[in-house]
Structures are given as C-alpha cells and as structure tokens.
Design a protein around this ligand. Sequence first.
Ligand SMILES: [Zn+2]
Length: 78
Amino acid sequence: MANEPKELSIAAKAALDVLSASDKPLTLGEISEKAGMDIKSGNLTGLVRAGKVISEEREYVCPTCNHKKIYHVFSIAE
Ligand SMILES: [Zn+2]
C-alpha cells in the first residue's frame, strides 16, 4: 500500500490506460494524442516512483545538423 499513489489524477489514469494498451514505449506526445488530452511528465512522476511505469531515455540525432536530443519514452512495468 505504501507504494500506491494516493489518488491517481485523471491525466495519470488516462496515461496508464494508454500505456496498458500499447505494445511499445510511447513518448509524452504519443500518450497525449492517444489519451485525447495533454499529458505532462509530472502526471507520470507518481506512477514512475510507484514502479508502475518505466521511464527510459532515448537519444535522437538530427540527420541534418547532427545535434543530439534526449527524450523520454514511457512503458508499463511488467
Ligand atoms: Zn537539427
């Protein structure tokens, strides 16, 4: 019980539903699109801390100018 988030916000619940239905990690943008609402990283913090959602860093290298960008993808912890 100690690890359970006290109460999931509507956004956190929506994100959890989207991630549960997905077979691959999703970015915040993808989660927001599928949820039909704006999901922010703060909405997922509690779920990540509770071990229900895994956050991973990915690196994107721009093919034009070679600059690197770090972004996060989220998935359900099995
Ligand atoms: Zn670039």
